[in-house]
Write a protein of this length. Sequence first.
Length: 288
Amino acid sequence: MIISVRRLTALAVLSAALVGCGSGQGTAEKPSPGPAGPSGVAAAGPHAEKKPALTPVFTRAEVPEEAEDDEETEDTEKTVALTFDADMTADQGQRAVRGERFDNPTLIETLRELKVPSTVFMTGRWAEEYPEQAKEIGADPLFEIGNHSYSHYGFTGDCYGLPAVKRGRMLADVKRAFTAFERAGARHVVPYFRFPGGCYDQAALRAIAPAGVTAVQWDVVGGDAFTTDTDRVVAQVLEGVTPGSVVVLHCTRSAAPVTEEAIRQIVPALREEGYRMVKVSELMKKPH
Ligand SMILES: [Zn+2]
């Protein structure tokens, strides 16, 4: 009886986790920017001892409207960051043992082949399951690894049905993911954090502030979770992207099976429109 209940719970969590990742910012609150300003990168730099009380949140780069229409600056201003969430929930180990693949090496290969700088938001649990891949992704300067929590549990009480991380455990959950990356030997780890499901509130921003991370949300939902409709994912991304956009997609084959196929269409189409794909770190650095 206990086992069957636990299985049901695990199933519910997987669905909730991925739907949460790709469903937009429904439960996210708009926080006021922390003292470090909207980028907050300095929080992990030389001024690390002056960490803000609230974790700063970055959703997209702000591009002046005139820049969007200015043909002369078009090529340099039209940047977009494609981000890929490598989801694996803390209690999905048994499913991986049974053969379910939470990784997507073909997608990573395609990003290399198409030379697309990308940010991968990885859970600590994923890095533990696929340490070689975590290391390889981190060794490639084309990529940077952001933190997507250790457990992929919700950082608010109401986050697409995800079990909630207790407030007192939030900071430890973030740190545990960084430790998992380190143990896998992953380099190019950046001080960015993506809340599971994009769910956060002021209490969560305060709880993880000592980690010195910037929370990275998104303005374009790729919609690749639990769909086999490649054309819809392609259309949704191409219609949603504007200069400075952050797009959320997934690097989890079993639950986002058409992402690689979609990328093969999205990347050339964006380039055709004059977009340059950059990592989140470059999008944050861009002077606007
Ligand atoms: Zn996720």
